[in-house]
Design a protein around this ligand. Structure first.
Ligand SMILES: CC(=O)SCCNC(=O)CCNC(=O)[C@H](O)C(C)(C)COP(=O)(O)OP(=O)(O)OC[C@H]1O[C@@H](n2cnc3c(N)ncnc32)[C@H](O)[C@@H]1OP(=O)(O)O
Ligand SMILES: O=C([O-])CC(=O)C(=O)O
Length: 387
């Protein structure tokens, strides 16, 4: 009997780790049945309505909303740590012009790991400093990557702007309006954390070896970049363009589904109802869309969603819009280039990754699952000349 037969007879396993509990967490809770998301117990709808980026980040990192003095200290720390790193900028400038900002971010984080003195990572007291540096440097690297992509000069952050204002300023070279800032702030808040999603699991798995925070977060950025995860929003806008060109949105949607392709921005491992972040993004898009706009993205995406839901209902499949379905259309309204959609996601999720690494550091256990070996054993080595 080979290993495959013995496994078929006796064992069970879950591909893609579906429904497997690998650890505990109190960072965030994804309620997939009722379509709710909580950060440290607070519903994200409340945070999106009232909180700032810095307040929400502190909540996730420390477990509690900050007092006024804690908040001011954190804002000061983030500003202080956002100063551009000449060596990192030089590396970015040497990269091919069309490099994707997410891959540049991975490189930038690795570069920071080399630039910072390695002993500092392992000092207990420096964890929060490490984390602030990573969160502060990410938008700086992403904006530098974007401006390099455009072939325009890179910009330094300004000390008189908030985290979100600075991010927009460094990308576009203009101080944003209050409305633009608040839209971006809400987008960043609602994408900060999401249970044990693939990139967070990656961050925790890598951090569990006790490597530094830069290695764990750069690995997480890699996981986020895939089309089944953070890369979907960019593809939704592509799908929307093709749907528009087809002149029949409903037929386009049906044909896509019948061909076996996936509708980007729909479906979720945990939510078996609409993703609460999709509702917030749709509301933002509604606010940004004029009622007189004829073929608005809001209207077209709604038609795709309705047609796709008809299909999924017929098949009794719980596939609904996820966070990526509406986010791209919101960014498009703000004049943001599609290549930046997953980059914005990464800048937000950096907070969640760091919160999870900090949590794991409190009670670390090496992540090392096992697998069912389905190959053979004891195959003799055949010398090259006899093969
Ligand atoms: C920030 C985020 O990461 S949110 C997710 C972003 N990704 C996307 O939007 C990409 C499109 N969606 C998907 O590919 C999936 O829904 C995922 C990857 C998000 C979830 O994947 P899983 O939990 O592994 O579910 P899986 O892909 O097996 O889907 C279950 C069934 O629903 C179908 N399905 C799921 N999503 C979709 C979709 N968007 N379009 C069409 N069919 C879908 C699958 O084909 C599968 O059908 P089958 O059982 O007949 O084979
Ligand atoms: O939880 C997931 O699997 C994916 C997701 O929505 C996220 O990471 O925000």
């Amino acid at each position: 009997m080979n290993q495959q037969d013995s496994f078929k007879q006796s064992d069970e396993f879950k591909r893609g780790m579906q429904d497997i509990i690998v650890d505990t967490t109190s960072v965030s809770f994804v309620d997939g049945v009722n379509g709710r998301l909580f950060y440290r117990g607070i519903n994200i709808a409340e945070l999106a309505a009232h909180a700032t980026f810095e307040e929400t980040a502190w909540l996730l990192l420390s477990g509690k909303l900050p007092t006024k003095s804690k908040l001011e200290g954190f804002q000061w720390g983030l500003r202080n740590m956002s100063r551009t790193q000449e060596k990192v900028l030089r590396i970015i400038e040497e990269m091919p012009q069309h490099s994707h900002p997410l891959f540049v971010l991975q490189t930038g984080l690795s570069a920071l790991a080399c630039i910072d003195r390695s002993e500092e990572y392992l000092e207990e007291d420096n964890y929060i400093e490490n984390v602030m540096r990573i969160i502060a440097q990410s938008p700086v690297i992403l904006s530098a990557a974007y401006r390099h992509y455009l072939g325009v000069p890179l910009l330094e952050p300004r000390s008189d702007l908030s985290f979100v204002e600075n991010f927009i300023y460094m990308l576009f070279g203009k101080i944003p309006t209050k409305n633009q800032t608040r839209c971006m702030e809400i987008a960043l808040i609602i994408q900060m954390d999401h249970g044990f999603n693939s990139s967070t699991f990656t961050a925790r798995a890598v951090a569990s070896t006790l490597t530094n925070f830069y290695s764990a977060t750069s690995a997480a950025v890699g996981a986020l970049s895939g089309s089944l995860h953070g890369g979907a929003s960019e593809l939704v806008v592509e799908m929307l363009k093709n749907a528009k060109n087809s002149n029949d949105i409903e037929k386009y949607t049906r044909d896509l589904l019948h061909s076996g392709a996936k509708i980007m921005g729909m479906g979720h491992r945990v939510y078996k109802t609409i993703d609460p972040r999709a509702i917030i993004f749709r509301d933002l898009l509604t606010q940004l869309t004029s009622k007189d706009e004829k073929e608005s993205d809001l209207k077209l995406l709604t038609r795709i969603e309705i047609e796709a839901r008809k299909y999924f209902e017929e098949k009794m499949m719980p596939v609904f819009a996820n966070v990526d379905f509406w986010s791209g259309a919101v960014y498009k309204k703000l004049g943001i280039h599609p290549i930046l959609y997953p980059a914005i996601f990464a800048a937000a999720r950096m907070v969640g990754w760091c919160a999870h690494i900090l949590e794991l550091r409190q009670n670390n256990k090496l992540y090392r699952p096992t697998s069912h070996y389905i190959g053979e054993v004891n195959i003799p080595y055949i010398p090259l000349e006899q093969r």
